[in-house]
Ligand binder design. Structure first.
Ligand SMILES: Cc1ncc(COP(=O)(O)O)c(C=O)c1O
Length: 387
């Protein structure tokens, strides 16, 4: 028997987050600020809608695109939020979270060697999904002094003959950056000038604090060249339901559905019903969770700065991204020692791309009390480092 694995898979780096949490899991009394998912359970009425769907016998496949009534609700929701109009029939497909949406979009549009420009630090799956689809990720560094918004000239400088896509993720995991309308308008001009597709991961669109989230597809002329990825995991605390969507021009959605029908068939039916309920009745629960995230955000951001770790004020998602460089430790060393000596788990910034080196991701999707305790331990650790 011939043995061997795909070069593409062998070449994938194991996720830094996993490696770190495997170690943390073997220790006692660890407070984890490492998780990228809401600590809240799914709101009860949404769970109830899922249970009722099962009791009604909604235990079968749906159409490959997903339930039409749900796609219509997603379309209505996007119209309500951003004034953008998608046709439920053929411009939206329900997916197994944004994770599957990433797989679909790159598999459907990339040819071998096509380049995808990705501002980093970024969510760990972006580069991997591009590589798995045969493309090449091209990282463009963003900097704390710019609030982790890319410099437009650096994006333009990264464009080559082979560039196919500019990928954006705003609000950002791991930095908490939210791209402004002005920046996105410049990006739109660039996409137009170089005739590029923009794939926009907007999974954190509802988690913004005092700033506007701009849906890239809603900018003038951008609908036709944007593929929008959205989901329910973060806003409605529904990570385990595994439900999200892609919206875009029919030509792209048709291609993605072709991949989806052979790999997934249809997103989980029970989760589609729960997602429908989230769109119908989820708003007050979302607002309640948002207010609590905001309270924690202020605590985390002020405490990190006060202990001497310069931290840019996050405007979205539920992460802060402190700068560790002044401590003299690498981000890996800082995080490993913090875990060993103070039992607090945060994620080394280099897990999110080379531009994250020297930083760490601190998630505030954890209770206020635990955050206070963890921040106290971190402050102790930094004091010890400073001698
Ligand atoms: C920026 C970003 N995109 C996509 C995902 C994947 O989300 P899901 O597959 O649960 O929809 C995550 C999860 O952490 C994320 O942070």
């Amino acid at each position: 028997m011939k043995k061997g694995l795909s070069d593409k898979v062998v070449g994938l780096k194991p996720s830094g987050i996993r490696k770190f949490f495997d170690i943390a899991a073997t220790m006692k009394d660890v407070i984890s600020l490492g998780i990228g998912e809401p600590d809240f359970d799914t709101p009860q009425p949404i769970i109830q809608a899922g249970i009722e769907a099962l009791r009604r016998g909604e235990t079968h496949y749906t159409s490959n695109h997903g339930l039409l009534v749900l796609r219509q609700a997603v379309a209505d929701h996007l119209k309500w939020l951003y004034g953008i109009k998608y046709f439920a029939q053929n411009e939206i497909v329900m997916t197994v979270g944004v994770s599957e949406a990433l797989y679909l979009v790159f598999t459907a549009i990339l040819n071998p060697g096509d380049e995808v420009i990705i501002p980093t630090p970024c969510f760990v799956s972006y580069q991997a999904e591009v590589i798995l689809a045969g493309g090449e990720p091209v990282e463009v560094a963003t900097f704390a002094e710019d609030g982790f918004v890319p410099r437009i000239e650096n994006i333009e400088a990264a464009i080559t003959e082979r560039t196919r896509v500019i990928f954006i993720g705003s609000p950002s995991n791991p930095t908490g950056a939210v791209y402004s309308r002005e920046f996105l308008a410049q990006l739109a001009d660039l996409a137009e000038k170089h005739d590029l597709i923009v794939v926009s991961d907007e999974i954190y669109d509802r988690l913004v604090y005092g700033v506007e989230h701009v849906c890239f597809a809603s900018l003038p002329n951008m609908y036709k060249r944007t593929i929008l990825l959205g989901g329910f995991s973060k806003a409605y605390a529904m990570t385990g339901w595994r439900i999200g969507y892609v919206a875009g021009p029919q030509e792209y959605v048709d291609a993605m559905v072709r991949v989806h029908q052979y790999t997934i068939m249809s997103a989980p039916t029970v989760s589609q019903y729960a997602a429908l309920s989230a769109l119908m009745i989820g708003e007050p629960y979302l607002q309640e969770m948002l207010a609590e995230y905001d309270r924690r955000r202020k605590l985390v951001y002020t405490s990190l700065n006060a202990m001497g770790l310069p931290t840019f004020e996050p405007k979205g998602a539920f992460y802060a991204f402190p700068d560790l460089r002044q401590t003299g430790l690498s981000d890996d060393d800082f995080c490993f020692r913090l875990l060993e000596e103070e039992r607090v788990a945060i994620v080394p910034g280099n897990s999110f791309g080379f531009a994250g080196m020297g930083f760490a991701r601190v998630s505030y999707a954890t209770s206020y009390e635990k955050l206070e305790m963890a921040l106290e331990r971190m402050a102790n650790f930094v004091r010890k480092l400073n001698g």
